[in-house]
Write a protein that binds this ligand. Structure first.
Ligand SMILES: [Mn+2]
Length: 487
């Protein structure tokens, strides 16, 4: 009789063979001792520390819990690429999944601890058997000692978190950042209002960007400029929106971490769908391409830029009329971007220009009537306000209170978008037929300065003639009227 081999109890994928005990024994031996190189401190370590100190001062004598979240399953046993929680990153600079930052009251302030997965190296069989976390499957983790060296915060194994939190919460009040770590959310007692106040504080801390953050935003915007150039040069041969998305996203991965949000590559009437990300339409001649996309830097700061490009290098008269109107609205909004102005002042200025233009084009009967608070009829065609904060999140500082954000005042160090648009749906009977299906948005990222505003994305062509010249430059050498000679 043949003896069955002794198999380990390690989980095995349906498409893989099991692991005999003898193989496991073999796998955990015969590896060189890791060099134990100390990790270099993360760039800006002192800023991350000062942000933790500011949070500590805001919530004295309370335990504060900020997780980064876990990888999310895309299908079966494959995960989406991990993107750290914004607030966790802002306080630590740490990009690894699973970690939890805990600030425990300690005399005057707080003691910070990062709970993270230990790196057992090749001494523990999981390096070979754990498909989701094992070093041979997904690469090594930093581990406890090196995490402490790199981020300047003491570390403990993630396995100790539950007991430690039970102890800390038993002793006094706590607040947790919710919504990024479902297991932790389930384990902590509900206290919606107190936790929302922590999220609000973390959003409002980020309203004003420091010079390191502004530098990273500039980098993201420069990379986005290169990505837009790539798209413009790919346009003559681009048959569908999918090519535009692919070309942009390639640059995002090469020059940055990723895109900051799903690329909107909307040709023709798809431009009238604000968040068109299916990007599956065939691009037609003489159409517009609305590209709303941003490169996210390695430090997670993202650009958010929109350009609306005439595919053939020239706007039709109708397209140009709408483009010029949106451009004028953006100019009016930019002129209102200054410290001391209301956050909503640029929006008011842009909407007034749009409403008067819509009246001129015969689309609105009366701009004055349309602009009245109880009407807002222009919104049928402009759909959204012109600004949001920009930073680590594309729609940054989302938990800030209305009085500090929407109804707040612009201040030096704020970075926001200025992005008016007009969208005429194909089936909108209130619009002259010749304008239906046209959608235009122009979006720039601006920094409020001590004296006014700096358009951080000013180098990307925006003025209508400059946009035509930009797109035409990629068509040079191609036969007149035939932008896709290979078709
Ligand atoms: Mn935007």
């Amino acid at each position: 009789m043949i003896e069955k081999p002794r198999m380990s109890d390690q989980p095995v994928a349906p498409h893989d063979s099991g692991t005999p005990e003898n193989l496991l024994k073999f796998m955990v031996t015969g590896w060189a001792t890791p060099p134990g190189t100390p990790a270099s401190p993360v760039e800006g370590a002192e800023r991350f520390a000062s942000r933790r100190a500011a949070l500590s001062r805001a919530f004295p004598a309370e335990t504060l819990i900020v997780p980064t979240g876990h990888e999310k399953i895309r299908a079966n046993d494959t995960a989406y690429r991990f993107r750290p929680g914004t607030e966790f990153y802002y306080l630590t600079g740490n990009l690894e999944p699973d970690n939890v930052l805990v600030l425990v009251p300690d005399g005057e302030g707080h003691a910070a601890t990062l709970y993270c997965e230990p790196n057992p190296g090749k001494t523990d069989k999981t390096f070979f058997t754990d498909r989701m976390k094992g070093e041979l499957w997904v690469g090594p983790r930093l581990g406890l000692p090196q995490t402490a060296q790199r981020y300047g915060v003491s570390t403990k194994p993630l396995g100790a978190l539950t007991d430690d939190l039970a102890g800390a919460i038993g002793k006094g009040p706590f607040r947790a950042l919710r919504g990024t770590n479902p297991q932790l959310d389930a384990a902590l007692p509900a206290q919606a209002e107190r936790d929302a106040e922590l999220a609000t504080a973390l959003s409002e801390m980020r309203l004003i960007k420091d010079e390191l953050e502004v530098r990273e935003l500039r980098r993201a915007i420069e990379a986005t400029h290169r990505a837009f150039n790539d798209v413009v040069h790919a346009l003559p041969a681009a048959e569908t929106e999918r090519t535009v998305e692919g070309v942009f996203n390639l640059r995002a991965r090469v020059d940055g971490n990723d895109t900051g949000y799903s690329t909107i590559a909307a040709s023709g009437p798809n431009a009238c769908t604000l968040h068109w990300t299916r990007n599956d339409r065939r691009i037609g001649e003489n159409e517009l391409l609305l590209l709303d996309a941003g490169v996210e830097a390695e430090t997670l700061y993202t650009a958010d830029i929109t350009r609306t490009l005439p595919i053939c290098g020239r706007f039709t008269p109708e397209q140009r009329a709408i483009y010029e109107l949106v451009y004028a609205a953006q100019e009016a909004a930019l002129a209102k971007c200054a410290p001391g102005n209301d956050f909503l002042d640029p929006n008011r200025a842009a909407m007034e220009v749009l409403a008067r233009g819509l009246e001129r084009l015969g689309i609105l009967g009366s701009a004055a009537e349309a602009l009245r608070d109880e009407n807002l009829f222009y919104k049928r065609y402009s759909l959204h306000n012109v600004s949001h904060m920009l930073g680590l999140d594309v729609h940054d500082c989302a938990a800030a209170r209305a009085e500090t954000y929407k109804f707040g005042t612009l201040a030096p160090g704020m970075v926001l978008t200025v992005e008016p648009g007009l969208y005429f749906q194909l089936d909108d009977l209130t619009v002259p037929a010749r304008y239906r299906g046209i959608g235009v948005r122009i979006e720039d990222d601006v920094l409020i300065t001590q004296t006014g505003v700096e358009n951080l994305s000013a180098a990307i062509p925006r003025e209508p003639d400059a946009v035509e010249a930009w797109v035409s430059s990629a068509l040079e050498g191609l036969p007149v009227g035939g932008r896709r000679p290979s078709r």
